[in-house]
Ligand binder design. Structure first.
Ligand code: SAM
Length: 275
């Protein structure tokens, strides 16, 4: 049965889309999970009513979460994804032959299960031999990890519900401990139109924890405001100093070596959040 779904991105603003079919709707142990087919963006995963990923525009987010850090690190062998149960970031990580092992820790196994079933183009690589999938709290996994990873990607939901701990200074300090001595991490840090404080606080906390801190952006039409940010904390390597020989002719649809550098050039009102 067709209907229009509106995601309230703030209490006063939202996006609306025509839904052609509902494949699955369930209150899991952690969140409301809805998998639908939309007329404009194909199949779409919603968690607690928020757009997580869609078949049409997912490549932007997944390429930018994965390829910016994986090109910045000179030799990323062991990678961790916190969240990311839809499998998109894992699919992009596996395009890097130097990665020997990618571990994914998502708190909700149902996200993995239904992404495999209804988002095969996104979740299709979760069974790759280089991938280890764990169902658990990323905060606990980080707390129990030490000197283990070259790159960590925090592909979590918004800081409400199960992900609330994933935007704290304590978590970023835990990430630093879980990283190797020249490790680096990236976290999705929402949008500068409706969540300026989140970006400001995350940047400040990361900057107090890592010697190199950078903010970069990408255009994601189905995310609130369409302008998305990512915050990188690095113990040694600076993304702006990535040598050109690190770049290979990788199959992508958004990320390019030029975008790698340009994504760090910020509009004034965004740059002001990092000062
Ligand atoms: N790309 C999306 C975005 O930017 O909002 C995120 C996609 S992914 C589906 C988000 C995942 O974070 C969900 O599958 C959710 O279960 C997971 N998650 C939330 N809190 C978590 C936690 N504490 N530990 C591990 N995974 C968590």
């Amino acid at each position: 049965m067709e209907f229009w779904y509106t995601e309230k991105q703030t209490k006063d603003f939202g996006i609306t889309m025509r839904v052609k079919k509902t494949y699955h709707s369930e209150k899991t142990d952690f969140q409301q999970l809805d998998m639908v087919e939309t007329a404009e963006f194909g199949n779409m995963l919603l968690l607690d009513g928020m757009v997580m990923t869609t078949e049409k525009d997912e490549f932007v987010y997944h390429e930018m979460v994965a390829h910016v850090p994986l090109h910045t690190h000179p030799n990323p062998k062991h990678v961790l994804v916190v969240g990311g149960g839809d499998g998109g970031v894992i699919r992009e990580i596996l395009k890097h032959p130097e990665v020997e092992k990618a571990t994914l820790v998502d708190i909700d196994g149902k996200v993995i299960e239904y992404s495999k079933k209804y988002l095969p183009s996104i979740a299709g690589k979760l069974e790759d031999p280089r991938v280890e999938v764990k169902v658990g709290d990323g905060f606990m996994h980080i707390a129990q990890s030490e000197n283990a990873y070259d790159v960590i990607m925090v592909d979590s939901t918004e800081p409400v519900g199960p992900a609330v701990n994933l935007f704290t200074k304590g978590f970023y300090e835990g990430i630093s401990k879980a990283l190797k001595e020249d490790g680096l991490f990236v976290a999705q840090t929402d949008n500068p139109w409706f969540h300026q404080d989140l970006i400001k606080n995350a940047y400040r906390d990361v900057k107090e924890t890592f010697p190199v801190t950078r903010l970069y952006t990408a255009n994601i039409p189905t995310y609130p405001s369409g302008l998305w940010t990512f915050t990188m904390g690095s113990k040694k390597h600076d993304p702006l100093e990535t040598p050109k020989e690190r770049f290979t002719d990788m199959e992508t649809k958004y990320y390019t070596p030029e975008i790698h550098f340009a994504s760090f050039v910020l509009p004034k009102f965004v740059k002001d959040l990092t000062e």
